[in-house]
Design a protein around this ligand. Structure first.
Ligand SMILES: [Zn+2]
Length: 453
């Protein structure tokens, strides 16, 4: 019997190590792994000529359908993700109107009609009723991950409602009861941000660093400490999104040492950009803000020593106004360059092992959000989600899609050259992304649905 696809002559890397050989794929899953000589005959065989083959990236953090139409974002941005070696994206998504149950049905359907790669949801707590609904959401939709926002004052440019400590505590108490329950928190002390922003606005400054200095790193550190305290009280796993504070990974490590389940995520831009870079202006506004070299280097220490758990892009396509700093929408796009940035600055420049990169980019997120070992693993039975990497290819970043790119013109070494989603090639270098619109499946589904897959 022939399998669908064999990838051979590859340097196969996962979180635990690496070997040379190949992988056989049938019906979207891995059916054999080993020396090329023992792999079954296949309808199609691809010789990877010794290139690196890793689990496809799981980007645990993005926002689609915020500024542009949801369906349109699910097409264009998942294609961008495929071009960056990303095979699963998890959306932090908010429903301002009411219950998440009908909302899930609608967004899942539209996602599955449009997405090129797999996707799932974390739901934002935007009203007290959402906290009360957590058990029912988990049961009927399979979503077990909830986000509490902070640092957004009333009337903010993107309409986010910041959580009170009571919402966070309530959400943690509910999520702690779920098998894969987790609460993500955007850590910035909302009240301090409001005070300091008012003071900074009064100075009339419009440079990017004014935004950064209006929400200094201590507002984030204070919130991280408070959230760790609540996680310890409730026993709920805590996932700290888009960490900019160098102290964040240290605080999390200290908490883990006493048994608190807390994970730090940071983003490529906090590892590669500062608010003082002379080429950046208000369009590089991100929430939380870009910081300085000291924080950047501290985050790299966490990335290298394992106290940073995951890399998320916080990818969000916005039409920027390019004018008033305080009215500018915060956020940038990163899917296509996330892996290249980590290869260039992590693997090549800082000597990061490829297994550590897999841990940061796939394995830890899969485990955190209940997707392992279906995702994030190279194992028989796992989804055949891969990225093939040419470690030595140099390419200059160009951006033509939606949103703001912070890396235009950068020459990076190490790029994804092929992306495979459940056995289908969704991106191949040199060509445009194959039109695989609608190939993507929702990964946050009720348990009974998974049995049928
Ligand atoms: Zn975000």
């Amino acid at each position: 019997m022939k399998v669908d696809l064999v990838l051979k002559n590859a340097r196969i890397v996962d979180h635990a190590g690496e070997f040379y050989g190949g992988i056989a794929i049938a019906q979207g899953r891995i059916v054999a792994i080993g020396n090329d000589s023992i792999l079954p005959p296949a309808t199609r065989t691809i010789d990877l000529a010794g290139k690196v083959l890793m689990p496809g990236l799981i980007d645990p953090h993005c926002h689609l359908g915020v500024n542009y139409d949801f369906d349109d974002d699910m097409r264009t941005e998942t294609a961008a993700a495929a071009s960056g070696g990303v095979t699963t994206i998890l959306l932090y998504i908010r429903n301002m109107e009411g219950s998440y149950i009908p909302f899930y049905g609608d967004r899942r359907k539209r996602g599955e009609e449009n997405a090129v790669v797999d996707f799932g949801f974390h739901f934002g707590i935007q009203r007290e009723e959402h906290v009360a609904e957590i058990a029912e959401i988990a049961r009927t939709t399979g979503v077990q991950s909830f986000k509490c926002h902070m640092g957004y004052e009333p009337g903010n440019s993107i309409g986010i409602i910041s959580s009170t400590d009571a919402w966070v505590y309530g959400a943690m108490r509910e999520a702690a009861k779920l098998p894969h329950g987790v609460v993500s928190v955007h850590c910035e002390n909302t009240e301090l941000v409001q005070l300091l922003k008012g003071e900074m606005m009064a100075t009339g400054r419009q440079d990017l660093a004014a935004y950064t200095e209006s929400r200094p790193v201590f507002v984030e550190e204070e919130a991280i400490a408070r959230m760790i305290g609540l996680a310890e009280l409730t026993g709920c796993p805590l996932y700290i999104v888009h960490t900019t504070a160098a102290k964040g990974p240290l605080m999390a490590a200290a908490a883990r040492a006493r048994g608190v389940d807390v994970t730090i995520e940071t983003c490529p831009h906090y590892l590669t950009r500062t608010a003082y870079d002379p080429d950046l202006d208000s369009r590089a506004k991100i929430s939380p803000p870009l910081r300085d070299t000291e924080q950047l280097e501290g985050l790299w220490r966490g990335v290298m020593n394992g106290t940073v758990g995951t890399i998320g892009t916080d990818h969000v396509p916005f039409k920027k106004n390019g004018g008033d700093l305080w009215k500018e929408k915060p956020g940038v796009v990163t899917f296509p360059w996330e892996l290249a940035l980590m290869l260039h600055f992590g693997v090549h420049q800082r000597g990061m092992s490829l297994s550590r990169l897999v841990e940061l980019n796939s394995y830890n997120a899969a485990r955190q959000f209940g997707l392992y070992p279906r995702k994030g693993a190279i194992a028989v039975g796992s989804d055949a989600d891969f990225v093939v990497v040419d470690l030595d290819e140099e390419r200059v970043v160009t951006h033509e899609g939606k949103g703001t790119c912070l890396y235009e013109g950068w020459n990076l070494r190490g790029w994804p050259v092929m992306t495979i989603s459940r056995g289908r090639i969704v991106y191949e270098e040199g060509g445009v992304v194959e039109k695989e619109t609608g190939h993507g499946l929702c990964v946050t589904v009720p348990a009974h649905e998974l049995l049928g897959r």
